[in-house]
Each structure stands twice: as C-alpha cells, then as structure tokens.
Design a protein around this ligand. Structure first.
Ligand SMILES: Cc1ncc(COP(=O)(O)O)c(C=O)c1O
Length: 424
C-alpha cells in the first residue's frame, strides 16, 4: 500500500531527527540485546538506590489507606495541573528563594519536552502580520530536543560561543555577547542551564546579562532547568535560581529519576501559563498526575531540596569526576582531544580537533562495537556559518551507567579515536 500524502508540517516532523535516533537507542537499550550494549548515548537518569527507595515509599503511601491512588487514577486534573501541586510549587519557591509567585504562575506539562513544543511554537514562527519570528539560542551547541520541534520552518537563530582553552585537554564555552542581536524578529531567548550537551553552566553574571537584555527588549528569556538548581540540582557550580515576570523557567521531574511519569513544570507570567493551559486542554486534555502525586508532599516539606542536595548532586558529581579520570586514562594523551569543563548534567562533551572522520562515522564505528555515544553534529543548528569544523568534531557521552560499563566504553572510545586519527 503506498503511503498517504502528508501535510508540510507532517513531513517536517516525521523527517529525520536526532532526538528520534536518540530515543530509539534508549528504547533498544531496554531490550534483551540492548542490555549487553554500552549505552553512553541518551540522557537517561542513573538508578540511584536511595532515591528509588523514596519513590517506592511514596508509591506505597499512595496505595495505603486512605487510598489516595484511587483519585489519582480515576480523576482528570484541570489542564494546568493538580491544584495542590501547583500551590505546593509556588509556596516552595516563595519560601526557599523569596519569590513572589502564585499557583497561577505555574503549569504542568507532559514532560519538559512538551513544554518546549508548546512554548517555542507559542512564541515564534509566522505572525499574524505575515512576518517570521525566531528563538535566539545564544550559545550553540544547545539541546538536540528543541531542533525539530517547529511547526513553521527555521525557528532558530543561534550563535557560536567563545571557546576558552584550559590546559592540554579541557575547554569551556562562554556566550559571545558582542555577537548577540535582538531584533523585532526575536521572539525569545532560550538557554538550557546546565546546557545539554556540553554541561556548561552559564554563570549568574551571564544569566543576569541575558535577563537585562530580554527585559529591555520586552521579550521572554526561557531558562531550561531540566538538570538545574534547585531540583534535581545536577549542577556542580554554585548557582542561584532566578525568576522574573519576563523569565519562563522550565523544570522537570525526569532527572530526579522519574522520566517515566512525564512531568514538566513551567513557571511564568500568568498570560503564558494561561496559554499553556489552553494548549494542554486542546492537545492532551490534562496531564499525567501520578508524578505530581508522588512528589507533592516532598515539595510541601522541602524534602525535595535535601534529596537533590544530599543524594542526587553528589552521585552525579562523583560520576562526572570518574568519567574525567577514565578519559585521562584511556584517551591517547598525544592526540588533540579536549573535554568541556564538567559543570553539571549527565554528560561529558568531547572535542576532537581536526578529527579526520565525521562524528557520525565515529558513532557508526562505535555502534559496531556495541558502544553508543551521540554524534555532536545534532547539537549544532540555527547557525548562519554552516562550515564550523568544531560542529563536526564533538561527541556527547553520558556517564550515568555503572562504573565498569563506563570504563569499558571509554576504553573502546580511546581505541577508535586512535584509529580515526591514524586513518586506519
Ligand atoms: C535540556 C533538556 N531539556 C528538556 C528535556 C526534556 O526532558 P523531559 O521531557 O523528560 O522533562 C531534556 C531531556 O533530556 C533535556 O536534556
């Protein structure tokens, strides 16, 4: 049977996309064959036993009398989210960080990913007057998951960062503020913090400058806090969570170890929240509420901060240090590799200057050895300068796997890197 004709949106959203490849790899890792693979690809959280115990206890509490689970399973929530959860989130940020928000500044979405589909298309694309507007990404590489979300084509304008070289084998990105240009066509500025893929954490100063620029221009600054402070808190630098009327802050329960319950949280001015609420109602009626039910008491008590600070952050910080040690041990010291300063999230971001093969080819060679990484090409989009060799010389590697698996994977990577540079 021939395939049916598609709309242009249908063709675009079903065309080739990096995030699809990544999620397919993650899904395959759960199959029997996949369990033998060395998965350093996707952004799956680690299985942290102390944290998993907390989720099991919370699930048990929902099952125990008075059987709160019954209402969780049987009743739809309103499209903004569960009202007790929304109140708890607003009270948490007011109490802990002195903000002045209410439940009307909070909306739940079906994961952070869906929040971005809503926000990016709500703000940018074709306007009523026929002009096009874009999202400015001030520091490329940026999260692969935004790249293919546009209903209209070409949603992004991105900027190259300044690169600081540190020692022989490290580097760090900085925003090139001189290159940033906010025009009438700029609908919003968007950053992930920590940044997926590079693990770069924009400093408080960089965020303050972006906030000033966007406030003055009368446009939103979207801060994607999927890994950030205060929860899940996978950030190894001291940073201050901020919010203001023009800031749209997105959070997620996924990187706390709950990606299966698909819960994203958006904190924004009321107008944005109302728009998201309408979009949820139209597209999905309501959100999944199990995740909200699991974490509400932990948000009310503030325990979510202790979990993030005492269990989650130290776990990943240790893993990140271990990954760096393994890179030093297994990547050839005489070759020009560099790792981005590891400041948060679940990844190390490697740069192989003048790599003779593309990182997509490197991906294929590693895959043939059952070792999965993510080729860096996917994380560079919206750039005007198409030919930036750096964009073909980086890979992302997740360090959430058990230590022995990571060691094996990085050893294989070291061998393949040697082979690539020596043109074998
Ligand atoms: C930077 C960033 N933003 C958003 C998301 C979306 O996550 P979720 O939809 O599970 O909340 C991810 C997931 O990996 C991410 O890395």
């Amino acid at each position: 049977m021939p395939s049916f004709r598609k709309s242009s949106f249908g063709s675009r959203i079903t065309g080739h996309s990096g995030i699809r490849d990544l999620m397919v790899d993650i899904g395959e890792a759960r199959s029997a064959a996949g369990k033998e693979a060395i998965m350093m690809g996707g952004g799956n959280p680690a299985h942290i036993p102390e944290v998993q115990l907390i989720w099991r206890e919370r699930l048990q509490a929902l099952l125990d009398p008075p059987h709160e689970i019954d209402s969780v399973l049987v009743d739809y929530d309103g499209p903004a989210g569960n009202s007790r959860f929304l109140e708890a989130i607003a009270a948490f940020f007011n109490r802990e960080f002195g903000w002045n928000i209410s439940a009307k500044n909070v909306a739940v979405t079906n994961g952070g990913q869906t929040a971005f589909f809503f926000l990016l298309n709500l703000l940018a694309g074709r306007r009523d007057d026929g002009s096009d507007s874009h999202i400015l990404l001030p520091l490329m590489p940026e999260y692969i998951g935004y790249a293919d979300q546009s209903i209209d084509a070409n949603l992004f304008v991105a900027k190259q960062p300044k690169i600081e070289l540190i020692g022989d084998h490290q580097f760090k990105y900085h925003i090139d503020f001189d290159a940033l240009e906010i025009t009438d066509q700029t609908a919003a500025v968007c950053v992930s913090r920590p940044t997926n893929p590079s693990s770069n954490v924009l400093t408080d100063d960089e965020i303050a400058r972006l906030s000033d620029l966007t406030r003055e221009a009368g446009i939103p600054l979207i801060i994607d806090n999927a890994y950030g402070a205060p929860f899940p808190g996978v950030v190894f630098e001291e940073v201050k969570p901020i919010w203001d009327e023009h800031i749209i802050l997105t959070l997620s329960l996924s990187k706390l170890g709950l990606p299966g319950i698909r819960t994203g949280i958006v904190i924004a001015q009321e107008d944005i929240i109302e728009s998201l609420t309408t979009m949820t109602a139209i597209i999905g009626l309501a959100n999944t509420n199990v995740g909200q039910a699991i974490v509400t008491p932990l948000v009310e008590s503030g325990e979510i901060l202790d979990i993030s600070r005492d269990l989650i952050r130290p776990y990943y910080e240790k893993r990140s240090q271990h990954a760096i040690e393994l890179l030093d041990e297994h990547l050839p010291a005489d070759l020009p590799w560099r790792v981005h300063k590891s400041e948060g999230a679940f990844f190390v971001w490697l740069w192989f200057a003048d790599l003779p093969i593309s990182t997509k080819e490197l991906y294929q060679r590693l895959k043939a050895r059952k070792t999965f990484i993510v080729p860096g090409e996917y994380f560079f989009y919206g750039l005007k300068t198409e030919d930036w060799p750096h964009s073909r010389e980086c890979i992302r590697l997740s360090f959430t796997q058990p230590a022995a698996v990571l060691e094996k994977g990085i050893r294989i990577l070291g061998e393949e890197i040697r082979r690539a540079y020596e043109n074998e």
